[in-house]
Design a protein around this ligand. Structure first.
Ligand SMILES: *Cc1c(COP(=O)(O)O)cnc(C)c1O
Length: 472
């Protein structure tokens, strides 16, 4: 693919024809120093301008080629790709081509991305065409009934997001000032914030070392006379130890709200999450198992809870009289447009989960026997959904810290995500507790790319990079 810079258009075309990149490199015939590159597009434009096949490529005007130099990082090189620039020659100090950086759509692997195809577009267009764009409409009711059926709960009620679902769940149970609600410290902030919104106090409990979910023994010792509810979180798609938690709740007369924001379709033994506690909540944020952009859902089998949630979600208006408000309500509704996405997503949730399971299986197989690397362990009770496939790095055994691994993978175009900082250490809570497992996990844990679109080759690439760093 390298040609002397003084060749003819005919010679350039022949060289381009032999390669697969639609371009040829032009070099100095004596020193081999890079002189530029010529694409089939450059030649097309030259021919239109009246150049002939025997004209010299030197005569035709071409854009100045972008080049990278030896030792540049992957990140620096990828910033050079633009729409017309798909190939960037890498030059050594003397200016001789030593490599070609080639644009690949899959070169950057995200932690999560939405999976959309025709039906999302079709249903959303339907909302726009028919004018049903606000919070009434057939997609809202269809999404709710599909979700209730999926979770085998009597009711499923859409909300504007997962956080408002949590807030409404707590309000529907009458939780407020003076109450305490037990939450894991290793969770996304909104599990605790929703408790705070009601005026109640979140009480933070440590995680189990294996499954990373809330530790039932920690729950027992956190219970006081003020405790009203427990919010177990099915973290990263792994169900909490619901048998033990429900047992504690029954003995101590506490409510259970499952935070299943990350765990659509996960099972605790033969029970799907969201239908085990008094209330389940889900999120449909852009990076969750399925998405509506922003969105949430409340699941329950209790008709009085379902009714309270519906009223609180809709400005506290009674069903009997319009614009009559016996309670302080909120506007926490989902729109028909968002629900349209939700319906299309529910149609393929089974295939999304199947892909995620396949991905987790491949990761597990490829990440065996790496010193200092452990995978979030699947408990005996759990059939997880692997929202984000997550691992833990012990720096002394692995040889590098979690943050060093994150940086290394980032330079290779592999996005990762550190585990949540424990909520008890967050500036707004800062309880001064020492919850050793949550603290350790949050400094050692990271999530790997887990998009259902991930290919087996991508996983091989990711795990080989992890092994490479481990061995150096
Ligand atoms: C995403 C998430 C939420 C909040 O959901 P939003 O839709 O983003 O408000 C709550 N809890 C957990 C564990 C989450 O991961």
């Amino acid at each position: 693919m390298s040609l002397p810079a003084d060749c003819s258009i005919r010679q350039a075309l022949q060289a381009i024809d032999k390669g697969a990149l639609g371009m040829a490199l032009l070099v100095d015939p004596d020193s081999n120093i890079f002189q530029g590159l010529i694409t089939d597009g450059d030649i097309r434009r030259a021919l239109i301008q009246g150049f002939g096949l025997e004209s010299h490529v030197k005569e035709i005007t071409r854009p100045i080629a972008k080049t990278a130099s030896e030792g540049m990082s992957f990140e620096q090189i990828t910033t050079m790709f633009t729409d017309p620039v798909r190939v960037v020659p890498v030059l050594d100090k003397a200016g001789v081509v030593i490599d070609l950086a080639i644009f690949d759509r899959r070169i950057n692997l995200p932690v999560a991305e939405p999976c959309f195809n025709e039906n999302e577009l079709l249903y959303v267009s339907d909302c726009v065409i028919t004018g049903w764009v606000s919070s009434a409409g057939k997609y809202v009711t269809r999404f709710e009934s599909m979700f209730a059926e999926y979770c085998s709960t009597k009711y499923a009620i859409t909300t504007s997001n997962g956080t408002t679902a949590l807030h409404l769940a707590l309000l529907a149970l009458g939780i407020g000032p003076g109450d305490e609600v037990i939450v894991p410290s290793l969770t996304f902030i909104s599990t605790a914030n929703a408790v705070t919104y009601t005026g109640a106090k979140p009480i933070f409990v440590d995680s189990e070392e294996q499954s990373w979910t809330i530790d039932p023994t920690g729950i027992e010792s956190a219970i006081t006379s003020k405790t009203r509810a427990i919010i177990p979180v099915h973290i990263y798609g792994h169900p909490a130890d619901m048998g033990k938690i429900m047992d504690i709740a029954h003995r101590k007369h506490l409510y259970v709200i499952e935070d299943a924001a990350e765990a659509h379709g996960a099972y605790y033994h033969d029970q799907m999450v969201g239908g085990i506690g008094d209330i389940g909540i889900f999120s449909f944020y852009g990076n969750k198992i399925i998405t509506t952009g922003e969105g949430g859902m409340i699941t329950t089998n209790d008709p009085s809870i379902a009714e309270k949630v519906r009223i609180l979600r809709d400005h506290g208006m009674t069903a009997e009289r319009r614009y009559w408000h016996p309670v302080l309500g909120y506007n926490y509704r989902l729109t028909n447009i968002q629900a349209a996405l939700g319906v299309a997503q529910m149609e393929k949730i089974a295939s999304i989960l199947k892909n995620k399971k396949q991905i987790a299986k491949k990761y597990t197989e490829m990440l065996q026997e790496i010193s200092g690397l452990t995978i979030q362990n699947t408990a005996t009770w759990a059939d997880p959904v692997y929202w984000l496939f997550s691992i833990q790095i012990d720096p002394t055994l692995f040889g590098y810290s979690r943050d060093e691994l994150i940086q290394y993978l980032k330079e290779k175009g592999i996005e990762t995500r550190p585990l949540f900082p424990p909520v008890h250490t967050q500036p707004i809570y800062n309880t001064g507790q020492h919850l050793t497992i949550a603290e350790k996990l949050s400094t050692q844990g990271l999530s790997l790319p887990s998009s259902p679109n991930l290919k087996e080759d991508d996983i091989i690439r990711i795990t080989q990079e992890i092994r490479k760093l481990n061995k150096t």
